[in-house]
Design a protein around this ligand. Structure first.
Ligand code: ADP
Length: 373
């Protein structure tokens, strides 16, 4: 600028400095915005995230990880990762990823909380080398629990199917090996086979029913049902069993008629299962009482029966699939152990709940709460 007047030189310089300052300011602002964006993304993630640099210091942990590991986000920044995590397995993984510049993935159960994490550690690499590692923690505890329940269920089903089948096969073998000529015992063998086959049939039917109500595949056709009519129709199919045990039955509902908004087929099933138990676990000359009443917010239906009742320790587990109080005794009377879990699912699908009581083990009482229609 040799020919430029001195004033314009200074003005030009001033303008350049001003625009450089503006650019710098804009760059700083963009950098801050990008940093805020990254922080916002990390905070909105469902997974726990930690970033560790090559000096083995924690750069950041997001809130999810902070909560899961009881870490104070501000106190962890800048500390060594092994001071922060205090878990041998996790620290080994970070060390390996940092020194080997490799990605690692492992499932790890935490000793204290019992939570199970799928941990993914990836190195942050560029041409200049490694900058650190990012560790992502997926909480897979619920998934693990589901897996466990499923395999437990399969094991239970297999066991339940195997018991009657083994017995059937055993008696068929006995008959084949000459038992058929044994006029005195063959009738008894056949009766056992028939009984076990009926048990298998009942178990399979119950399993199919449970899967139908549990999956929600079955559509409920809710309509106004006259409860007293429904109970009497259920009771009619237990007439013989009730008469055989000389059980007194009473139905006492208020007001009359008592309407519930429910699906006929499934509600009939629920009351059939409850009645079946009320007869099965009753004693001769016992009684069964059905009551129903309205409350300000809901309606209640109770099925109470005399008999040996249910021990307090078993009460919380009574609605579990295959749970029986006394395995040998109820096996004899032929229950699949699925009846009450079917009832529970049916009632819950009607937005209700079912509770059980057995005060002093003098009989059992099942109370259903249904929303007011
Ligand atoms: P099960 O097919 O064995 O009857 P349930 O699921 O219907 O299966 O019931 C589970 C267990 O709860 C039964 O095995 C029995 O021990 C107990 N139980 C259910 N209902 C009654 C009742 N009314 N009185 C006493 N015990 C009962």
């Amino acid at each position: 600028m040799p020919n430029m007047p001195a004033g314009s030189v200074w003005r030009e310089l001033g303008l350049n400095i001003e625009s450089a300052a503006r650019r710098l300011h804009a760059q700083a602002q963009t950098a801050q915005e990008e940093k805020d964006q990254v922080a916002a993304i990390l905070e909105s993630m469902a997974e726990g995230v930690a970033v560790i640099d090559t000096n083995q210091r924690v750069l950041l942990v997001n809130s999810v990880l902070g909560r899961a590991f009881g870490l104070d986000k501000d106190e962890t920044a800048g500390r060594y990762y092994w001071e922060v995590f205090r878990d041998l397995k996790i620290n080994e993984m970070i060390e390996k990823a940092l020194s080997g510049r490799i990605a690692l993935r492992k499932e790890h159960a935490m000793m204290l909380s019992g939570a199970v994490y799928q941990i993914q550690i990836s190195p942050v690499l560029s041409e200049g080398g490694i900058h650190g590692v990012v560790a992502v923690f997926y909480d897979v505890s619920k998934l693990k629990e589901l897996e466990r329940t499923r395999s437990e269920f399969i094991a239970n089903v297999s066991h339940e199917l195997k018991t009657p089948l083994t017995s059937i096969l055993g008696y068929v073998e006995t008959l084949k090996e000459g038992g058929i000529e044994d006029a005195r015992n063959r009738g008894r063998f056949l009766e056992i086979i028939e009984k076990q086959a009926a048990k298998l049939h009942e178990l399979i039917e119950d399993l199919m029913l449970l899967s139908k109500v549990e999956s929600g595949r079955q559509e409920l056709k809710k309509e106004a049902l006259d409860l007293e009519k429904l109970l009497n129709s259920v009771l009619s199919s237990f007439e013989r069993a009730i008469a055989a045990k000389k059980i007194r039955v009473q139905v006492d509902v208020h007001p009359r008629p008592f309407f519930i908004q429910a699906d006929l087929e499934t509600m009939d099933q629920a009351f059939s299962n409850l009645t079946d138990n009320a007869v099965k676990y009753n004693e001769p000359d016992g009684e069964i009482l059905f009551t129903a009443w309205q409350e300000p917010e809901c309606m209640k239906i109770r099925v109470r029966n005399s008999g040996r009742g249910i021990p307090p320790d078993d009460l919380p587990r009574i609605f579990e699939r295959f749970y029986r109080v006394d395995k040998s005794r109820s096996k004899e009377s032929g229950g699949s152990g699925l009846g009450l879990s079917i009832v529970k699912h049916i009632i819950e699908r009607h937005a209700g709940r079912i509770e059980v009581e057995s005060p002093g083990q003098r009989g059992a009482s099942f109370t259903i709460t249904l929303p007011k229609s």
